[in-house]
Structure formats: C-alpha cells, structure tokens
Design a binder for this molecule. Structure first.
Ligand code: GLN
Length: 483
C-alpha cells in the first residue's frame, strides 16, 4: 500500500479498494517502524491524522469526490498548524504551538488531506543538507551516510522512503528542488506569489515560496492544485486564476523549444551529472522538443547576491524572536539586554546566528549601498537574463545540483562550500520564476535531478514536460533499498 502515488491513492479511494483510515494506519505504522533511521519527522500527529481520515471517508461516503480527499501528507515544520508544535527546526520555537493554520494547511485540510505529521528541516530553512536542525540531521534513504538535501530534507526523505506519498515544502534558494534531486523525487517551486505565504514562517520574504514534493509530476500537479491560489492575507499573493494542473500534463512536446544555458556546464559540475543531463535532453528531443543553446551571462553573480539578500531579509524577519514577543526565553535574565542576548544566543543555532550577523551587517548604515543595493541590482540583471532567454525558448533545462548528495558532516566546517552547491537553483528565486526538479539517473547509487525553469505562472508547462519525460523513463519509479 505504501508504494502508491497520490494519483493511485485517489483512484483506490474512489474505487473503494481501501479507506483513508486503513491507509493512514498502514503509513503511521510504517513511520513508527522506519523513521528512526531517517529522523524525517519532528512531530507526528496520529490522532489528528486518524480523525481527518475518518472525516474524509465520511465525506466520500456522502458522495464527495476529489483527488486529495483522504490523501495522507505531511507539512514541513514551518507551516503553522493550529494547536500543533511548529518549530521551524529551531530550539527558538521548540514549544511554539501555532494559534492558527497557514493558508496552505487550511486549504489542503479543506480539500480533505490527512496530516501525518510535521517534517524535519534546516533551522529556519537555512541550509542545503538538513544538518542544521535542532532536532538532528535527516538521513538520505538512498544512503544513510549521506544528506537528503535541505532545507526540506525531512519532507524529501519521508516521501523518498515511501513513508507517505507527498509532502509540502518551501524553496527560498532551492529547498524544494535540491532535496528532490538528492532523493529521487519530483519537486516544484511555483512562481513567487502563486502559493500563499500566510502562516509560513518567513526566512527571506522576497524569495520564499511553498510547493509540493512528491514522486511524480502527476502527483505534484495534484498537490499544487490544493496549495495554489490568491490569498488576501498575503500582500505578495498574486490574483491570477489557478489552471487545472492535471489537465496540463498531457500536452504534446512537439516543437517545444528547450534552452540549455552554456554557463551551466562549467568546471564545477560533476561530469557524470553533465552526462545524465545530456541524456535527458536527448530523451526530450525524441519526444519532439527542439534544443537550443542559450546564455545566462550573470549567473556567476547570483550566489554572492543571494547570500546578501537572503541573510539581510532573515536578519529582519528573525528580529521578532527576542524572548519577549516570540520564542524561547533564557533562564533568570539579569536585565533586558541580557534577556535578549541570551535568549537569542541560546535559542538560535550557529548557522542562523551567522546569517543574522551577515544580514545585519549588509543592511547597516554605510554598507547598505555596497552590499544590499548592489545585490538588488544583480538580482535585476539575473531576471533580465531570464526574460531575454524566454524570448527564444519555452523551457530552460539544466542540472539541479552540481554534485550528488554529500556525506553527512562533509561540509560542516565550510559553510561557503555548502552555499556554492545552490548555484543552479537560486537564480529562479532571485527572479521569482517557477522551477521543477525531476529524477534523471544515478551517480554512485545516489539520485541526480534535472531542473526545468519556465516563465511566470507556467507551472503547467513544467509539469507537462516532466510528466511526458516520466511516461518515457523510469528513474522516478526507483525505490531505495530497505524502504
Ligand atoms: N540553501 C539555501 C539557503 O540556505 C536555500 C535554502 C532554502 O531554499 N530554504 O539559503
């Protein structure tokens, strides 16, 4: 039962082959048995799951239908869930029970999903390895000595290990696509403004975007359908009609223009990944796509710009966690300054503190023009590169990551080495564009992803290309041994 995709579950529930309650029991037992190896959950919500499953079964018995009605999922632990701990992977919020549901959580619950739990993540979504969580590192089910990617590593590991069919995640600089690549999943970062950020604890507000992690493009379409849409509570939400994503899957790729940026194949890319990317290009050519070499000349500036903008916004967003308004409070403070200092010093981990310091520095008087303003100008150049490219092509294709998943601990002493691994994903966040990673092969037994980028609001096009690719390849069906 645990091998079923969301689409298969929807058919099974509609055909009354099993109930949501039965499926939920099976998955909860599987999580209890297997998750101790992975550490992919911060909280389990068994009681909520069983009551939601029963309610979904009752709704079906009353004639209601819907692809998500009774579908078991989990939420990355930065989506607020009413009455349930929402930790953001941090000691700072270890005892925080959200007083309300995030819009994404509420929308999915209304569609009938069953919440199995809250998934592990890098602290405040900062990281590419899921090693910065207060609740410990997450392991990659493909090799338990390797990282699952981050910051949505818990969602990715749990779905890859078949503990559940799909999960929510967020992507500020790659945190949906990179863990998808590292664990053989399909992950979609929507256009900025497509999915509400209300109740999604902010890391870098101008970059953060929620989206689905699942095994197939078909399942990403189903989950995205439940997440997307205008939200008046989010001032950056865009009032744009939500298309039927499942209906977009079956378009022909005949004549589709795919751009492959030459800058993607620089020295930093593992040549074995380059070869798998070229194989995926050939596969899409067979399906009728036309390949064109393009250029994104400002790509080299994207990492330094991102690692100024994201920490700057983070330093501002995280100022609310001061032990007074929000978050952990230290024991026996001597005075107010001591309370602030120790609450933040004890509540935040090392990587979060590093970013707050970098961000506060970049925003400080005298440095603002040199760093933050400069980074914003680069951001515009990166966006302009994409706009020029999309005048010539419909989709941009390349590797999701320069390397496969590294060993746990391998980059702990060198944060910049970890930042450099985001080279292919962060540009989409700087520009606000939608991006998808799909399974495209293996290197040393570890999964490799191919990334597709599309113009604003063309999530359906990304899902269409990935689905057609998945109808003709079987990488996405491979299962990690032991799971
Ligand atoms: N690795 C990037 C960072 O640490 C992206 C993280 C994310 O997308 N949340 O900022």
């Amino acid at each position: 039962m645990h091998h079923m995709t969301l689409a298969e579950i929807a058919r099974g529930l509609a055909d009354k082959k099993f109930s949501s309650e039965e499926l939920t029991q099976v998955l909860l037992a599987r999580i209890a048995q297997l998750d101790p190896q992975l550490n992919s959950f911060i909280s389990l919500t068994q009681e909520l799951a069983l009551s939601q499953a029963k309610a979904a079964d009752a709704r079906r018995a009353n004639g209601e239908t819907g692809a998500l009605l009774g579908a078991p999922i989990a939420h990355k632990d930065l989506f607020c869930t009413q009455g349930i701990r929402t930790s953001c992977g941090s000691k700072m919020l270890d005892n925080f029970k959200a007083p309300y549901d995030a819009t994404v959580v509420a929308k999915l619950a209304a569609a009938g999903t069953v919440t199995l739990g809250k998934t592990n993540m890098d602290e405040f979504a900062m990281g590419s390895a899921n090693e910065s969580s207060y609740y410990g590192a997450v392991k990659n089910p493909w090799n338990l000595e390797h990282v699952p990617g981050g910051s949505s590593g818990g969602s990715a590991a749990a779905v890859a290990a078949r503990l559940l069919p799909a999960a929510t995640a967020t992507d500020t600089g790659g945190s949906i696509r990179q863990p998808a690549a590292f664990t053989n999943l399909t992950g979609l970062k929507p256009t900025y403004g497509r999915v509400s950020r209300w109740g999604m604890i902010a890391y870098a507000s101008s970059l953060d975007q929620g989206g689905p992690l699942a095994r197939t493009a078909e399942d990403c379409a189903i989950l995205l359908q439940g997440m997307a849409g205008f939200d008046p509570n989010d001032s950056t939400s865009i009032d744009e009609p939500v298309p039927d994503y499942s209906a977009s899957l079956n378009g022909s790729l005949q004549g589709l223009r795919i751009g492959v940026p030459k800058e993607y194949f620089s020295a930093g890319l593992d040549p074995r990944i380059a070869e798998l990317v070229h194989n995926s290009v050939k596969e899409l050519e067979k399906l009728g796509a036309v390949i064109k070499e393009i250029s994104l000349p400002n790509m080299q500036h994207a990492i330094p710009a991102y690692y100024v903008i994201a920490p700057a916004e983070a330093s501002s967003n995280l100022s609310r966690f001061d032990g007074v308004r929000f978050g952990y409070r230290c024991e026996n403070p001597e005075n107010l300054i001591d309370l602030y200092k120790r609450s933040r010093g004890e509540g935040f981990g090392a990587e979060v503190q590093r970013r707050i310091m970098v961000g506060a520095y970049a925003l400080s008087a005298g440095y603002y023009d040199a760093y933050y303003l400069k980074a914003q100008k680069i951001r515009r150049l990166v966006k302009n590169d994409f706009m020029a490219a999309f005048n010539e092509v419909d989709i941009i294709l390349g590797p999701t990551t320069p390397n496969p998943a590294w060993k746990l601990g391998a980059k702990n002493s060198d944060p910049v080495a970890e930042y450099l691994e985001d080279v292919y994903t962060i540009t989409a966040n700087l520009a606000g564009l939608p991006g998808l990673s799909m399974p495209a092969g293996f290197v040393d037994g570890l999964p490799v992803g191919v990334q597709l980028l599309a113009p604003y609001f063309q999530e359906g096009r990304l899902l269409n290309v990935a689905h057609q690719y998945q109808l003709n390849t079987d990488w996405h069906t491979r299962t990690p041994t032991g799971f």
